[in-house]
Design a protein around this ligand. Structure first.
Ligand SMILES: [Zn+2]
Ligand SMILES: [Zn+2]
Length: 241
């Protein structure tokens, strides 16, 4: 639908804020969020662990010794998420993941504008779903996030990974179990790699909806590392604990 058609629809059925239900101005910055609610998101700026994206506490605790990274090594160099997975942040992720919330994607793109500048021109690799789960859900939210980030930041999306193991849902597991559950779940799509003509020294950003302990993206990063990639990073929309 063209912009004119959208404007007519907006007049007939004004869009409302996804969070508070307030009618939105047709010329607002976001399509489904009011500025007030968008401002309530807990954005994670630079005051976070550069390796795993965990925000430092207000008194600076964790700055030198992040509890999540302590005695762990990741195969990705840096990890960042846009905002914390609580309140509206959690509601956005939930809508996207379980309730077909595709309508929120353009706003996720807009929200990322001031925070994910480092993605410009880079390669994005979505965390894949097992084919069975993808079929159940009808889509892979990480792929959709990659597409919207690619539009905003002029990136290439390359599906370098596949998930061959059907895992239990990570959300029910503790940190150690998450690690064992997801290890060796992913493999390289060699044909995609050959066709894509990427140089192994290019920066690769693995993208997921939520970053929690980092186990899932790390399992993906290990596959790319084994394939010879030298600079692998992790990015997510939300950071959970
Ligand atoms: Zn609102
Ligand atoms: Zn950390």
């Amino acid at each position: 639908m063209g912009a004119f058609g959208e404007r007519i629809l907006d007049c007939l059925w004004p869009r409302r804020c996804f969070q508070c239900g307030k009618p939105l101005a047709t010329n607002g910055y976001y399509l489904h969020l009011c500025d007030h609610c968008a401002g309530m998101l807990n954005f994670i700026g630079i005051n976070a662990c550069p390796r795993c994206g965990r925000p430092y506490s207000d008194d600076g605790r964790g700055r030198d010794d992040c509890p999540n990274c302590r005695s762990r090594s990741f195969s990705f160099r840096s990890g960042r998420a846009l905002f914390e997975c609580n309140g509206l942040g959690r509601a956005i992720i939930h809508e996207l993941k379980y309730r077909n919330g595709h309508f929120l994607l353009p706003d996720i793109g807009r929200l990322s504008r001031n925070f994910f500048g480092e993605l410009r021109g880079k390669i994005l690799v979505p965390v894949p779903l097992h084919w069975w789960r993808r079929w159940q859900r009808g889509y892979n939210q990480s792929e959709l996030i990659c597409q919207v980030l690619a539009r905003e930041h002029d990136c290439r999306v390359i599906h370098l990974l596949r998930r061959h193991k059907f895992n239990r849902r990570q959300t029910d597991l503790c940190r150690q179990d998450r690690y064992t559950n997801v290890a060796k779940s992913f493999s390289l799509c060699r044909r995609v790699l050959e066709k894509s003509n990427i140089n192994r020294s290019e920066e690769i950003y693995i993208v997921d909806d939520v970053l929690t302990t980092g186990s899932t993206i790390d399992a993906c990063a290990k596959v790319l590392e084994a394939a010879g990639f030298l600079s692998i990073h992790a990015r997510a929309v939300a950071r959970a604990f």
